[in-house]
Design a protein around this ligand. Structure first.
Ligand code: PGA
Length: 256
């Protein structure tokens, strides 16, 4: 089966729920007729999930969270769990984003526990992997990506693996306006696909979608979408502007 392409927006720590309503009002009319051939996913802060869930109900837009804890409940002040985001209508959750790994010191083992828990709750994880500039310059890109990938997927049975999405996001390309070239992204993404096929059976690993993220914009998105190996994009800064996100979704629909 062909993999359904994804246009996902990661708002990071931006927009109150009131601002999210204004966004939904601008965004929804433009994308409400999009068919099933593409998945559009918006990942706002936790505080805007409930608001967006009510706008996106009965629309083709899916909702994702930006993080979650690996336990379901307990004494974890400030954390939010899989059943909580599920109740808010999340079908996706971004896990192991580089800002979580680098600013909040999340380890790949912790990310792996989160991936497992998300799948237990029927939430599709978007597992982010990517090297820093220093690691790239030392020629360690594949080593780092492989380590993050395998630890992130360490306890996942084949039966659940096909709903996982991987996002290759080189850290040096995030929020810098300096996207990777599509050739570079394709190279690492092909490497990820190869690792997935030795981790899971070939059929299942062939269902896993792999996205590129890092300074994606309406102007450069097509370069990535033209690569057969790239199944869509994870968009940060540009996703904050509904018009830009609409354009990215349209280009994604057109490209596949
Ligand atoms: P960016 O962020 O598009 O602003 O570079 C991407 C991301 O962090 O997911």
């Amino acid at each position: 089966m062909p993999r359904i392409p994804i246009a996902a927006g990661n708002w990071k720590m931006n927009k109150t729920s009131q601002e999210a309503s204004a966004y939904a009002e601008a965004f929804l009319p433009q994308v409400k007729d999009f068919k099933k051939e593409i998945e559009i996913i918006i990942c706002p802060p936790f505080t805007a999930l409930a608001t967006l869930a009510s706008y996106f109900r009965n629309s083709p837009i899916k909702l994702g969270a930006q993080n979650m804890h690996w336990e379901e409940k307990g004494a974890f002040t400030g954390e939010v769990s899989a059943p909580m985001i599920k109740e808010w209508g999340c079908q996706y959750v971004i896990l192991g984003h580089s800002e979580r790994r680098h600013i909040f010191r999340e380890t790949s083992e912790e990310v792996g526990k989160k991936v497992k828990k998300a799948l237990e709750w029927g939430i599709n994880p978007i597992l982010c992997v990517g090297e820093t500039l220093e690691e790239r310059e030392k020629g360690e890109t594949e080593k780092i990506v492989e380590e993050q990938l395998l630890l992130g997927l360490s306890d996942i049975p084949d039966a659940k693996a096909s709903s996982i999405v991987i996002a290759y996001e080189p850290v040096w390309a995030i929020g810098t306006g300096k996207a990777a070239t599509s050739e570079d992204a394709r190279g690492v993404i092909s490497f990820i696909r190869e690792k997935l096929s030795s981790r899971f059976n070939v059929e299942i690993s062939g269902d896993i979608r792999i996205l590129y993220g890092g300074s994606v914009s309406p102007e450069n998105v097509l370069d990535f979408l033209r690569e057969d190996e790239i199944d869509g994009t994870l968009v940060g800064g540009a996703s904050l502007d509904p018009l830009k996100m609409i354009k990215i979704a349209e280009e994604t629909l057109r490209a596949y």
